[in-house]
Design a protein around this ligand. Sequence first.
Ligand SMILES: [Zn+2]
Length: 252
Amino acid sequence: MASLLAADTAAQNVYGGRRAARRPMLDTPPGHGRYCPVCRCWYRRFLPFGIRRRRQALCPGCGSLERHRYLWLYLETALGVTTRRLSVLHVAPEDGIRRRLQDCRAIRYTSIDLHDPGAATTMDATRLSFRDRSFDLIICCHVLEHVQDDRAAMQEFARVLRPAGHAIILVPLDKNRPQTYEDKTITGTEDRMKAFGHPYHVRVCGRDYGDRIAASGFNVATASSRTLSAHTRRFYRINRLTLFDCRLPPIN
Ligand SMILES: [Zn+2]
């Protein structure tokens, strides 16, 4: 995850919006504007974010993006995380989701990152120091596209996950690409931008990415934000996203 350092530290310059994210616009009456399910607040609008400056993307209160809002909805509604006793590992934690999970009394929460001081422990996702079967839930959102040996991280997730647990993985997917594209000889930020469409990504994840996760020892189910109603997607400002809900095969 060494490349993640560059991604995180440079992200504020590349993407923009982080400073503005600290200025909540809490004067919007409920029912008007945008609603963030992560921080549970209304705002006049969400802020632009990303290399392409996506409009209405960033929650000005908690900094959530479209994918974080979908991820949270999935965690809350599909997995019921706020009502369960869980041991959670959050990889490269997003502030808003971290706070929500830490607010849940029944959740034993820890987070890792190579460089983010907001994470509980400095640790490489490809070499976890946790014991086998330590966690009921692992959350890893838009991290593995930065990790050269992403298969090693997946195998570590499979090792530390409990038998009935879930590893929730999101990566940016290029649905037009049947196979994941990567080339380890491409290392510079400009070259990666040309090859992978992002200065800090080490691959373009294609439609086969779920198969790659499965090859690391998981049964992989996919969830799509397209199953949400158009109204819900507009309400929370969620774009088209796919989430991998990964579980260990049953023990015979
Ligand atoms: Zn928010």
